[in-house]
Design a protein. Structure first.
Lengths: 98, 505
């Protein structure tokens, strides 16, 4: 069962390391999370596809209670670990949909 | 009627009885000696298995005696099934049944063997046979050009192989082309690396004997020992080397002993030569002419490309030009012939081809020209080819290797090619596994030059820089042990696929 999302007022601290650990565990078995550079292109290298984007969005909700608006579920926001952190932080601050 | 390839062999036995026909374990077998062995084998075949029009099955490993048994069948004008000796009892028996074999013959007793033929004993001229041939021995029986002789098998890796009957005339025409193209004649030694049942032995062994050359037989037991292979080439002054990429990879391991100066013609056969191998080959075979050979069991060779060594050599090599008498076309998506540049399935019609399978329906594979040009039967090769603007024809891959990944058509072979371009990748196999969402997902299994020589992330980037996203494997698995290979030396993708499916994908 997903954890109860934290209160909306708290802006969670989204970490690159957390995201990298999830991406590696889910999509790159056998790779050390430390090897995954925050700017590594996950889309071009087919690590994640559109289904993968949904998996990551679900995980962001479960892990941080961050719900991404549909408009943010676009490839450009999931291209790298850094991009995923950025879109999550924007959504957490209520600036989603950019 | 011009002499058949069997009659040509008999003529060499008459004209140059002492010339070496075979070399086996460093010992030459002269033409007259081999002809006598073949006549004894023929006499025993004819005595034990009367000719009722049905083929005999041969269960043989390569040796001078088994070459003599095949020649004995040919002298008798018989047809004979020649499957891999590695085929287990059950499929071997089933194959013989499907081909309608009347008996199974070998030079040694064994399972399923009905008749043991010993070419070293018995009369070479049985009562009732007129002599008149080499050394007073019988002449070959005359055969119709369209009468089947060799019944070879396809290398079908799933299920039973298909039986491919090759008419006597087809092999005669082929041996003529071999003699002209590679200048095979008296004094020419040709390496025979492949097992006898392989179609490429039609060049190495049977065409060589028809041309009066010397077939240097590599013992399959020692076929993976680089030093042994090199010794055979050097010691027996081999001038024509034909083989699968594995042969050249093995020979390269001896390159520190210096280049091989003897071979004049080097023929790549059976599989695409990887770029890495081509890059390294000049230091082993600097002086030879290199050819890329394209053919299949059903049609024998249809294209030949001579590599221009003055230009940079890049993989994949073109398949080059059609052999004399070969007609070909590439079909587009609508099944009609493409004119001008484009890609599609390659269809060929050769003077060397079978009339159809003996144990399977031929209608799917053999048929008339798709645009209705009458008169010839074309074989659908299942190979995808591209004709470039300058007329160069290249193979893109097997149609069987085409899969759809998220709606995109991907050739698993071309993905392997991309992986093999990475300097740290030694071997690569890419298989498509069923995927409920994507249709297929690609699983790559690779072996690197050393553990950790390249990371999965770097390899993914390598692929992404060179191919569409759908062609980047979903999983890149690195292993330390060599990839499994088939008896022909090709990476055994089916085995890998089965392992992955058994492990739950």
């Amino acid at each position: 069962m997903p954890a109860e999302p934290p209160a909306a007022t708290a802006v969670p601290d989204v970490l690159d390391g957390d995201i990298a650990a999830f991406v590696v565990e889910r999509f790159l078995p056998g790779v050390d999370a430390g090897e995954l550079d925050p700017d590594y292109d996950l889309l071009a290298t087919a690590v994640i596809d559109s289904l993968g984007i949904l998996h990551i969005a679900a995980w962001l909700e479960q892990r941080y209670g961050i719900v991404l608006p549909d408009a943010d579920l676009a490839g450009r926001n999931f291209r790298t670990v850094a991009a995923i952190r950025a879109v999550a932080e924007r959504a957490a601050r209520g600036e989603g949909g950019a | 009627m011009s002499p058949s390839f069997v009659e040509a062999f008999a003529r060499h036995a008459a004209d140059r009885p002492g010339a070496p026909a075979l070399v086996w374990e460093d010992r030459p077998v002269g033409y007259a000696e081999l002809y006598a062995l073949a006549c004894r084998a023929r006499a025993q075949v004819e005595a034990a298995v009367p000719d009722d029009g049905r083929p005999v099955g041969l269960r043989v490993r390569k040796s001078p005696e088994t070459v003599a048994l095949v020649l004995g069948c040919l002298l008798a004008g018989r047809s004979f099934l020649l499957p891999s000796h590695e085929l287990p009892d059950a499929p071997f028996g089933e194959l013989c049944r499907q081909a309608g074999c009347s008996a199974v013959l070998s030079t040694l007793p064994g399972p399923l063997v009905d008749v043991v033929v010993d070419p070293h004993t018995g009369p070479a001229t049985p009562a009732g046979h007129p002599g008149g041939g080499p050394g007073g021995l019988p002449l070959p029986r005359r055969t119709a050009e369209d009468a089947p002789g060799f019944l070879l098998t396809t290398s079908g890796s799933t299920g039973l192989p298909k039986v491919v009957p090759l008419p006597y005339g087809a092999v005669t025409r082929f041996s003529g082309w071999v003699g002209e193209t590679f200048r095979v004649g008296p004094g020419t030694a040709v390496l025979n690396y492949a097992p006898l049942n392989f179609d490429i032995s039609l060049l190495d062994v049977w065409s060589t004997l028809a041309c009066g050359g010397t077939a240097v037989l590599v013992d399959p037991e020692r076929a993976t020992v680089p030093r042994h292979l090199r010794e055979q080439i050097v010691r027996h002054r081999v001038s024509v080397v034909q083989g699968v990429p594995l042969l050249f990879r093995l020979l390269l391991e001896t390159a520190e002993q210096g280049p091989l100066e003897g071979p004049e013609h080097v023929v790549f056969a059976g599989d695409a030569m990887p770029g890495r191998l081509l890059d390294e080959l000049p230091r082993l075979l600097p002086g030879a002419r290199w050819y890329n050979n394209y053919g299949c069991t059903e049609t024998n060779n249809s294209f030949l490309h001579e590599v221009d060594r003055t230009l940079p050599v890049t993989a994949p090599l073109p398949i080059g030009r059609p052999l004399p008498g070969v007609e070909w076309l590439i079909t587009g998506g609508d099944g009609r012939a493409l004119h001008g540049p484009g890609s599609g399935e390659l269809l060929v019609s050769t003077p060397f081809q079978t009339a159809g399978y003996a144990n399977a329906a031929s209608g799917e594979r053999f048929g008339p020209h798709p645009d209705g040009v009458a008169g010839r039967v074309y074989y659908r090769t299942g190979d995808l080819a591209t004709r470039e603007a300058d007329g160069t024809v290249r193979l893109v891959g097997r149609q069987d290797f085409l899969v759809k990944v998220r709606g995109f058509q991907v050739s698993t072979q071309s993905v392997e090619g991309v992986l093999l371009e990475h300097p740290e990748v030694v071997e690569a196999a890419v298989v498509a596994l069923p995927d409920p969402v994507a249709g297929h997902r690609l699983h790559a299994r690779i072996r690197l030059t050393g553990p950790g020589a390249a990371g999965v992330l770097a390899l993914r980037q390598h692929c992404a820089q060179r191919s569409a996203r759908a062609a980047v494997p979903a999983v890149i698995e690195t292993v330390r042990e060599p990839l499994p290979r088939t008896s022909t030396g090709k990476v055994d993708r089916n085995r890998i696929r089965e392992q992955l499916l058994a492990a739950g994908g």
